[in-house]
Design a protein around this ligand. Sequence first.
Ligand SMILES: [Zn+2]
Length: 162
Amino acid sequence: MRPVDKQQLILYAAQVQAFNGTALDAPLGMVECVGMTNTLFNRAREKGYWHGAYTPPVQYSTQAKLGGECIGRAVWYTEQPEGSFLVLAPEGKRGWIIAHEVAHLLLMAGRPKHALFEGHGKEYAAVYIWAVSALFGIKWSNRLKRAFAEARVEAVCSLQED
Ligand SMILES: [Zn+2]
């Protein structure tokens, strides 16, 4: 089990506050999930935020947990022999969760394996805000920013919002 840090729980609560019950919370089909993921990686590549030669494929799990790596409603993996890939648990097939998970992969891009960084820290929050803006527009990233501000989740704004 990974230790759950306090920052992670605060960020989780803030994103639920921002997106729960909204259009971004609607359950999606697998084709839509793959489309959103590809769109997001393409936007990131255009911006220079993703240098990978490929877009990590999306897999769908029928289980809520995989290999003890369950992170809430979605699961993501990197550093597998075949490269990075994103695994979505049943409850993870929602727009805002895809933005959340892809933001993790973007944050890890170009870093040494096992580099130490805060999984849900300031840099992560900024990448997540960008991912929401790139996929859904500024109205939605502003909504997330407001929820972060209310919950005192800090974001280092290193990425230009779309
Ligand atoms: Zn996360």
